[in-house]
Ligand binder design. Structure first.
Ligand SMILES: [Zn+2]
Length: 499
């Protein structure tokens, strides 16, 4: 038996001005044909998990095409169309397949393609006909009505910070193999709730997601149920797919179980709250509290598509005369300047170059350490063994602490990116984390205190800070009176997509 593997994976923040191009995919993760299996085998990614599961069951994984880019602005049309065309052609040219396992993020926005993941599955469906197609999705997937109909099964991550990609990839592969061997298909039911939530409120270890995920797991364990997902979605996109998705696939009762789970989520809607403090207050807490304190720069969340050069917290650290902080800034111009300059002691204007919104640059003086292109393998719980390229790096030993300047944007999902340039985050007094929750995969093991900070950026925790020009309405909490009524056993079912 042979199962084809592929996908296009990106989370799009339409508020981020820089578009995402084919080069962004090619630089981050891009594999075609046999290179896909060779490159992703043994990694903690969805396809890495799928490859392991296939081989355990003596199924041959066939690499088609997989492209992934870091979260950023809208994907340009040519990038998507080029990859989709190549994926379709490789599927057509592959040896006879028995099914497909696709790794899709689920929150991609492409210029001119309103529901790209559904379109991708439809294009492959046209090639493989009735063969089973299983899709793994990120926790932040914005699932539209078409995808649950087009794919035979969807499997969403159940962790945030995301640490279960390999397990979900393996689960998806096992369901595809089951369908290919048994020829049966599950009933599928997706419910879309008019509920918008922000990353700081979506952590799996905190309520309300702890109990929501436990309810989804309990449904998955019921006899006859294949899988259940509770997907909070990604708010930072002008997309008609915004909102919380609940999905159940099973031999029977999929609609009832999905509606029950959706009702549970809806009842908890007021609990998706994220209290924040000002940068100055946050720095005061870091100075008086236990070390290391993680100062969470929520709005400049690189993993949510913000540029990662916001300076609000650096200025606050500087104003307070703070010492021994660690911060990473995306600043290719400062990296260039430092590499071109003579001497080991420099004054640099760092950060704040991408958008006036990200704050003015910070002028900082200190000894610099220069690094040529830095690549490393992730060793933590996020996409273990995935290779990451930071470009050239400069570490500036400023008064406030070590400022790591990178040529490429770096997501703080591991602390290997700091170790690669001889920075020991564990020893810092304060760590500026440009993320919402995912940074816990890097620093969560030794963070002594965590402070969520109100900063500027493209991923604000206050949804009222975003100027949506178009979005579905009503959506709670933007419209406090938004209504959804769960309907179980024969009552009217609003806002749901049937199988
Ligand atoms: Zn995510």
């Amino acid at each position: 038996m042979r199962i084809g593997l592929g996908g296009i994976w990106q989370e799009t923040n339409t508020f981020a001005p820089q578009p995402t191009s084919l080069t962004d995919f090619q630089r981050y993760q891009y594999f075609e044909g046999p290179d896909l299996v060779a490159g992703l085998r043994g990694t903690g990614t969805e396809l890495g998990g799928a490859i392991a599961a296939a081989q355990e069951r003596r199924v041959e994984p066939v690499g088609l095409l997989f492209g992934a880019a870091l979260p950023a602005g809208t994907v340009d049309r040519a990038a998507f169309e080029t990859m989709l065309h190549a994926l379709v052609e490789r599927t057509r040219a592959a040896p006879p397949l028995d099914g497909l396992m696709l790794s899709l993020h689920g929150a991609m926005v492409v210029d001119g393609h309103p529901d790209p993941e559904a379109e991708l599955v439809a294009a492959l469906r046209a090639v493989v006909g009735e063969l089973p197609i299983g899709v793994s999705l990120d926790y932040h997937a914005n699932v539209g009505p078409a995808l649950p109909r087009l794919a035979d099964v969807l499997v969403g991550y159940r962790t945030y910070p995301h640490t279960d990609m390999a397990e979900r990839g393996a689960e998806t592969m096992e369901l595809v193999i089951r369908m290919a061997r048994g020829r049966d298909r599950p009933q599928r039911h997706a419910v879309k709730l008019p509920l918008l939530t922000v990353p700081p409120a979506q952590e799996d270890a905190s309520e309300p997601m702890t109990s929501i995920l436990a309810a989804a797991d309990a449904i998955t364990r019921e006899s006859g149920v294949w899988t259940a997902s509770a997907l909070p979605g990604f708010a930072y996109a002008e997309s008609d797919r915004l909102g919380f998705t609940v999905y159940v696939a099973g031999d029977r009762h999929a609609a009832d179980r999905a509606n029950e789970l959706a009702a549970h989520v809806w009842d908890q809607r007021a609990a998706f709250d994220a209290p924040l403090v000002s940068p100055d207050r946050a720095v005061a807490l870091a100075r008086s509290g236990p070390a290391p304190t993680v100062l969470v720069d929520v709005a400049d969340n690189v993993g949510g598509g913000s540029p990662g050069d916001g300076t609000a917290l650096l200025h606050a650290l500087s104003r307070a005369g703070a010492r021994a902080a660690v911060a990473v800034l995306w600043d290719p111009a400062a990296v260039d300047t430092a590499h071109a300059a003579d001497g080991d002691r420099l004054t640099l204007d760092v950060g704040g170059h991408s958008d006036p919104m990200m704050g003015p640059p910070l002028r900082a003086t200190g000894r610099v350490r220069r690094y040529g292109p830095v690549t490393y393998l992730r060793s933590g719980s996020y996409m273990r063994r995935q290779r990451v390229d930071m470009g050239r790096v400069v570490v500036l030993e400023a008064d406030i602490g070590q400022i790591v300047l990178t040529e490429r944007r770096v997501v703080p999902f591991d602390d290997d990116h700091l170790r690669a340039v001889d920075v020991v985050a564990r020893d810092a007094r304060a760590i500026v984390a440009k993320g919402a929750i995912a940074w816990k995969a890097a620093f969560g093991g030794y963070a002594a205190q965590t402070v969520y900070v109100r900063t500027p950026g493209y991923c604000p925790a206050g949804l009222d800070q975003l100027a949506y020009r178009s979005r579905p309405a009503p959506l709670y909490p933007l419209e406090r009176g938004a209504e959804w009524e769960a309907a179980v056993a024969g009552r009217q079912i609003p806002r749901s997509s049937n199988d």
